[in-house]
Design a protein around this ligand. Structure first.
Ligand code: APR
Length: 250
């Protein structure tokens, strides 16, 4: 990953915009987790990028092995300072929760690999809570066949599937609704590590910007919203977000 240094002005510009805002919402994608050792999808070495080039997969580490990085921790610091009001993430790697983001301040639009959910009553369960063993019961997306031996919902006996959504699966209603609510409410959206190319999730920053919300994008590669963003930095997220937090604290 090519590293471009950021300037003091870059940090000050972001801090100023944050200080002038009342309701900051962050929107993250796979790029925030590459500094933890995970692969993204469409970055230079992304899973789909490599596939398209006919290169062998380079998936990075397993979700179980990785730790939150400076970018995740900076968002937690902003949350704890009362600056970050809500976080919308497309990531399924559980690193935001692991880092200390409060579950009630987070919408995981594409699910979370740690959680299963009931297709009927929408209750989420950790795998072990309902005796779900991946080796025996599988990963189970919505479109896969239900097997007789798979645990059912302890509350309503509904079918249990992974909370992670697959291409063409419907978006989770609750997470989408709450994300739309906070998108409407925010006066600054901070996009970190997303190519903003997968919809409907990528429609949220677009909508915010159209509503007059200020937009900061920290993403190594370009995104379709670069031209309309108030600040776009094509750099690694962790180091600059750490500086931003230090500056706000100071
Ligand atoms: N700092 C900032 N940006 C980074 C970093 C980093 N350390 N590392 C990578 N990036 C950028 C890449 O340049 C890339 O543009 O993050 C972006 C990640 O984009 P994608 O790989 O497309 O990830 P995302 O936007 O989350 O993808 C959306 O696509 O296949 C799916 O379901 C999957 O949720 C995912 C969705």
């Amino acid at each position: 990953m090519k590293e471009i240094p950021f300037t003091e002005k870059d940090v000050n510009d972001i801090v100023k915009m944050i200080n002038e805002s009342n309701y900051v919402v962050a929107f993250t994608g796979a790029g925030i987790s590459t500094e933890s050792g995970l692969a993204d999808f469409r970055g230079k070495n992304g899973i789909w990028t490599r596939k398209e080039k006919g290169l062998p997969p380079k998936r990075g580490k397993h979700f179980d092995e990785v730790k939150p990085n400076a970018g995740h921790l900076a968002l937690v610091a902003l949350q704890d300072m009362g600056v970050l009001k809500f976080l919308i993430s497309q990531n399924v790697d559980n690193l935001h929760l692991k880092s200390g983001i409060k579950p009630e301040l987070l919408a995981e639009l594409h699910g979370n690999y740690m959680y299963m959910k009931c297709i009927e009553c929408d209750t989420q369960y950790k795998r072990e809570e309902i005796g779900w063993d991946r080796e025996i019961h599988g990963r189970v997306f919505r479109t896969e066949k239900q097997l007789d031996n798979q645990p059912v919902c302890p509350k309503c006996s509904g079918r249990i599937i992974s909370s992670v959504i697959n291409f063409n699966d419907p978006m989770p209603d609750k997470e989408m609704a709450i994300s739309k609510k906070h998108t409407q409410k925010c006066d600054l959206m901070l996009v970190v590590g997303s190519s903003l190319s997968v919809f409907p999730a990528a429609g949220l920053p677009r909508k915010a910007q159209k509503n007059g919300t200020k937009l900061i994008i920290i993403n190594i590669d370009s995104t379709p919203l670069d031209d309309v963003a108030d600040i776009k930095l094509g750099i690694k997220a962790g180091p600059i977000l750490t500086e931003v937090v230090n500056e706000i604290r100071a």
